[in-house]
Design a protein around this ligand. Structure first.
Ligand SMILES: [Zn+2]
Length: 307
């Protein structure tokens, strides 16, 4: 994998787990929509054959986080009486709310100007919210084509739309990283349905983190170790909007998760252990300084403020 921008050497895991993945259980239930996985929980009143009751429904609205019903009840000291009619009504209400929210979060017709360029850290577009794609037209195809062009030109194996300054939920990758070799993947609005239990550590690089000012087509990228699950199951749409599911493991799971993080505004150094992060701090600070010189603006984030 030497020469690719996502990793190279496989290392044994020798450092503490630092990655904070979103499938960990949250302490509080909440409504949450869009692509993140959360749980809805609400108190309702209902009538059943035992008379009036007050209870809680706790429903999994997406893939991998559940607030166990029993815990919820005990926590609030409320007796649960299942009331299937109310649950069904609530589910339909939530589905409706979800679709309204998805529509509000949708990007609409894409608007960008060619040629696109790779956005470098600490550009705020790497941290901006990425909208769902809901228009599957020629412009989307054009964006995909340009992203592949840039990816190959810069020796990358994957690229996310925010990395070219277009804040939508789209990624492209080719595990081989060479045009005409390997397979090209286009994932629109991807969602992680399940993480594998085993994890490994790879040295990752990122096109938005070149080691010199010239940019990713002229320089290698800053590389350091990141720990991630070795496999993931994904729901996504293709370039025509058709839904599909896919399971990825090893190298492809690694690429996908790195690019998926970009869609969440997460950067690979966010997942590094403090010890690993220390090894690339000077290079991140240099990129922050270059950003300030280039734009005349203060860096929107500073690694020196992070332990
Ligand atoms: Zn990246």
């Amino acid at each position: 994998m030497q020469g690719t921008r996502l990793g190279g050497s496989l290392r044994p895991c020798t450092s503490l787990l630092h990655a904070s993945l979103s499938h960990r259980t949250s302490s509080l239930p909440l409504f949450h929509f869009g692509n993140r996985s959360l749980v809805s929980s609400s108190v309702f009143r209902g009538e059943n054959r035992y008379g009036s009751s007050e209870g809680i429904i706790s429903r999994k609205v997406s893939e991998h986080r559940v607030w166990p019903r029993g815990d919820a009840e005990r926590a609030l000291g409320l007796g649960l009486r299942r009331h299937l009619g109310v649950v069904a009504a609530k589910r339909s209400f939530l589905t409706e709310l979800q679709s309204i929210k998805d529509e509000a979060d949708a990007a609409g017709p894409l608007d960008f100007e060619s040629p696109l360029e790779v956005v470098l850290y600490p550009d705020p577009r790497l941290r901006a919210k990425n909208k769902l794609i809901n228009v599957f037209d020629e412009k989307l195809q054009q964006l995909v084509n340009e992203m592949f062009d840039i990816m190959y030109k810069t020796d990358g194996v994957g690229l996310a739309a925010p990395q070219v300054g277009v804040n939508v939920r789209l990624m492209v990758y080719n595990p081989v990283g060479e045009r005409g070799k390997g397979e090209e993947y286009v994932l629109v609005n991807p969602r992680i349905v399940k993480f594998g239990k085993t994890r490994d550590v790879f040295d990752e690089g990122c096109l938005s983190f070149p080691v010199i000012e010239g940019g990713p087509d002229q320089a290698p990228t800053i590389e350091a170790a990141v720990e991630r699950p070795k496999s993931v199951r994904i729901d996504a749409q293709d370039i025509k909007g058709k839904k599909f599911s896919i399971s990825l493991k090893e190298w492809q799971a690694r690429i996908f998760q790195h690019e998926y993080d970009h869609l969440e505004g997460t950067l690979y150094f966010d997942r590094m252990t403090p010890e690993v992060l220390d090894t690339i701090r000077p290079e991140l600070e240099r990129l922050e300084k270059l950003y300030e010189e280039r734009t005349g603006l203060p860096s929107p984030e500073r690694i020196s403020e992070r332990r």
